[in-house]
Ligand binder design. Structure first.
Ligand code: DGL
Length: 260
């Protein structure tokens, strides 16, 4: 059982922010990081087409890798495809959805913003989280078309300007009746890579809520406590567009991932 890998799935390298926490919370497993970079960015996809694409990929992945668990380290996918994945396949799936509930519980001002892709912002699932868990807050949804690609560029070592980022996140900062937004939910797994830059741009300090650790803890609940030892081999990364470019390979190497 324990030598079956855990799949961490995203459209690009953003899911590495979740893998990082998975390894802290669950260090004794092998991971396969799977990036559907041929489909990136997911934020622009039609819903039905995206469901079909991800389910097709998982059909192959489960046959090839026989995983014990899969983490969908992507809000844009998880807010859409979890029911279908759980219906079609017989392994546990853990999703990554906007951390609206903890944000609403923690906010003092009652003004919470959710920074996400356009896909996540328009999902019925996301609206449902607000209705169910954040009735007493004013939630501002900010969908950015560009931030996931900017995060990819930044983490590969390209220069990303503060002004470009500012244009994307300025909608998160709301002032109303002497109150100010105090929590911004990072509802795309790419965005924690930019959090240090966001902090510098923010017109006032806010909490940037990254749910990665909570996702890792949720995943741990599906796994047996005791494993004999770490299985032989390496953690691997697989990209649907084929071998990634040199800066990406260097990034993966830094994460201790052998590449396809
Ligand atoms: N990392 C993905 C997420 O958490 C989205 C990036 C994309 O648009 O593909 O939503």
């Amino acid at each position: 059982m324990s030598d079956k890998p855990i799949i961490v799935f995203d459209s690009g390298v953003g899911g590495l922010t979740v893998l990082r926490e998975m390894r802290v919370v669950i260090p004794d497993r092998r991971y396969v990081f799977f990036a559907d970079d041929a489909g990136f960015p997911y934020g622009d996809w039609e819903e039905e087409a995206l469901i079909e694409r991800i389910c097709d990929l998982f059909g192959t992945l489960i046959d090839d890798l026989n995983p014990q668990l899969a983490v969908i380290a992507c809000n844009t996918a998880s807010t859409l495809v979890m029911t279908e994945l759980r219906t079609r396949f017989d392994i546990p799936f853990v999703g990554t959805v906007p951390a609206i509930k903890p944000a609403a519980e923690r906010s003092r001002s009652g003004l919470v913003s959710v920074l996400a892709t356009p896909g996540t912002v328009k999902r019925g699932y996301t609206r449902g989280l607000i209705t169910d868990f954040a009735k007493d807050c004013e939630v501002t949804l900010v969908g950015s078309k560009r931030l996931a690609a900017l995060a990819e560029a930044h983490i590969r070592g390209e220069r990303v300007g503060f002004d470009e980022l500012e244009a994307e996140i300025s909608g998160c900062f709301v002032e109303r009746d002497g109150r100010r937004t105090d929590i911004v939910v990072l509802a795309c797994t790419h965005y924690p890579f930019l959090a240090n830059m966001f902090r510098k741009i923010a017109p006032w300090p806010v909490d940037w809520l990254d749910p990665a650790e909570a996702i890792a803890r949720q995943a741990a609940k599906f796994l047996p406590d005791v494993v004999a030892s770490l299985p032989e081999g390496f953690d691997r990364a697989v990209f649907t567009a084929g071998t990634p470019d040199y800066p990406t390979r260097r990034l993966l190497h830094g994460f201790g991932l052998a590449c396809n």
